[in-house]
Design a protein around this ligand. Structure first.
Ligand code: B12
Ligand code: SF4
Length: 495
């Protein structure tokens, strides 16, 4: 038996990727532990825990937004314990070269789905064998630099894997255990090619390595949900797939079984270009109370030409009409500070959102990651001005992104959604200093929006975050959160 320890940053990010790896390693005889760093007062406490567990391998699941923080933690752990450290997850899949060139302390980088490659690694560590040729792994070698193994074949039979190991998180985090909608992933891969998203890059990464879009069987998914319901407080399911309605024929069977065997209210993410009235009726009939979809920009030209999201305004309006007709709530997401976007375009996005009449909306500003189709497009068309470590910055020809940025930052989209009559004053509000005053409304607006979500989940807020949840999260809210950077910098002895 070899011992693996995963370290995650925040209590609120239950990580299904790690859960999948953990259950697979455990059924194959290895031991797995988890440390949530916000549980530790400082780095010293975490190091003490690491030494207690004495893991053979320490793993981080990294999204690009987490890379800088994890790099600091990785450095401290390496310097102080000399243990083997592996990074995996989206950041390593989409930017392996950046990880290799910017991180001096990680020993192994996993560049794909990892159940089988991580198991091989653990088996070889246990047997004290060389592991430098495992597919899908990049291995640091002091004399030969990085050994870059090709990515392995994609497992086609996802049912071969055991259910995700939720105990790994829920046993040490009552916050997650009592958080009510439980997230289920039914498939891997996405057929769409939105240019701002990392997902379409998988086609190139896994070229010739098997079919990308794979799904668990309906029976597997139903059994997984039954187990979740039996073991943990669950009043609601959230299907966390990027797009729940990729294959509507298969979905029909799942929805029928869900209605008969599970029967809990559920929410999911949908693609509006694959919606029919029949599908909406099936979703409703199975217990769907809410859906999420992103239209990103209200300006069709930007959505089509820049974002390559080939869904028309008409399709979104029709989807919204059907959702209203069958009384399914929905939350939209919008993106701002897009290449070529002017303030008028951004206001058009808010106006279009109001036309859809969603229950709530989420606003983001674009992060144009290196390597994405949009990143390449922006570079080739001179739509990007500067390069950061992980992303390009959008060129702002109209010099209006300073104002546009205020929309997601100050929650103005929500303001105009709740008080639509204000939209006609949108431009003067955004361009004046009034937005700073209105920013104070962000919290009440968010609360108002959460209140609307009550119907989204068809249960009271109290049941989503119940008293056990608040009791469990008291430490998180009342204890000063550990700040990795200052903790690290003050500990000069590590250097
Ligand atoms: C659920 C989800 C979330 C959840 C939970 C996140 C989590 N860590 O699980 C929440 C809602 C919190 C979330 C938030 C965000 N997310 Co998100 N999310 C997803 C989503 C839809 C599914 C993740 C999932 O469960 N996949 C299924 C599992 C089985 O796959 P997996 O996680 O990739 O794990 C496999 C491999 O990566 C690998 N692996 C994973 N970890 C490790 C660790 C080790 C040591 C090893 C060896 C291998 C390994 O093995 C696993 C099993 O094969 C993905 C899209 C996707 N399809 O993956 C986006 C995705 C991960 N999210 C993304 C983004 C951008 C975000 C946000 C920044 C969005 C935002 N603007 O706020 C935030 C960041 C939150 C933060 N920390 O600050 C991007 C990440 C891109 C990137 N370059 O990092 C993705 C890929 C979406 C996309 N297509 O662009 N997200
Ligand atoms: S539909 Fe979602 S996951 Fe698929 S490419 Fe577009 S943004 Fe990415």
């Amino acid at each position: 038996m070899a011992k693996m320890l995963f370290i995650v940053d925040a209590e609120f990010n239950e990580n299904i990727g790690i859960m999948c790896l953990s259950s697979y390693l455990k059924v194959n005889g290895h031991s797995v532990n988890l440390a949530i760093h916000s549980h530790y007062k400082n780095m010293e406490d975490l190091l003490t825990y690491i030494n207690q567990i004495d893991p053979d391998l320490i793993g981080f699941s990294v999204m690009t937004v987490q890379a800088d923080d994890y790099q600091i933690v990785t450095e401290v752990i390496k310097r102080r314990t000399q243990r083997k450290i592996i990074w995996g997850g989206p950041h390593c899949i989409y930017m392996p070269e950046v990880v290799m060139s910017t991180n001096d302390y990680v020993d192994i980088i996993c560049i794909g789905e990892a159940e089988d490659s991580l198991l091989s690694l653990m088996n070889r560590i246990e047997a004290n064998e060389d592991y430098s040729d495992i597919p899908g792994m990049l291995i640091r070698n002091n004399t030969r630099g990085w050994i870059k193994n090709e990515i392995g074949y994609l497992e086609q039979d996802l049912d071969k894997y055991p259910f995700p190991d939720r105990d790994l998180f829920y046993d040490i985090s009552p916050i997650l255990r009592h958080f009510n909608p439980k997230r289920i992933i039914t498939q891997r891969g996405c057929p769409f090619k939105c240019s701002f998203c990392c997902e379409p890059l998988l086609k190139g990464i896994y070229e010739g390595k098997g079919k990308l879009i794979r799904s668990h069987s309906t029976n597997y998914i139903i059994r997984e949900m039954q187990e979740v319901i039996n073991r943990y407080p669950t009043r609601n399911i959230h299907f966390g797939d990027d797009t729940f309605n990729i294959n509507n024929v298969q979905l029909k069977t799942l929805l029928e079984k869900y209605r008969d065997k599970i029967g809990l209210p559920f929410t999911c993410n949908i693609a509006a270009n694959n919606v029919t009235e029949k599908l909406i009726i099936q979703l409703k009939d199975a217990g769907c109370t809410g859906v999420y979809f992103g239209f990103e920009s209200g300006v069709e030209k930007i959505r089509f030409e820049i974002l390559k999201k080939r869904v028309t305004n008409k399709q979104y309006l029709e989807t919204a009409r059907l959702l209203h007709k069958y009384d399914i709530d929905f939350v939209t997401s919008m993106m701002f500070c897009l290449p070529t976007e002017t303030l008028n375009d951004a206001i058009e996005t808010i106006r279009f959102n109001n036309r859809l009449r969603p229950t709530g909306s989420r606003e983001f500003y674009l992060k144009m990651y290196k390597g994405t189709l949009l990143g390449d497009y922006a570079l080739s068309r001179n739509l990007s001005v500067a390069t950061g470590k992980y992303e390009y910055q959008t060129k702002d020809d109209a010099d209006e992104h300073y104002y546009v940025r205020k929309i997601p930052i100050n929650g103005l989209g929500l303001l105009f959604l709740k008080f639509p009559f204000l939209i006609r004053f949108a431009k003067p509000i955004i361009m004046s200093r009034l937005d700073k005053t209105l920013a104070w409304l962000k919290l009440p607006l968010l609360l108002l929006s959460y209140y609307s979500m009550k119907s989204f989940f068809r249960m009271s807020i109290w049941n989503i975050w119940n008293w056990r949840y608040f009791f469990a999260s008291r430490k998180y809210f009342f204890r000063k959160r550990w700040n990795i950077t200052s903790d690290f910098v003050s500990e000069t002895k590590y250097r």
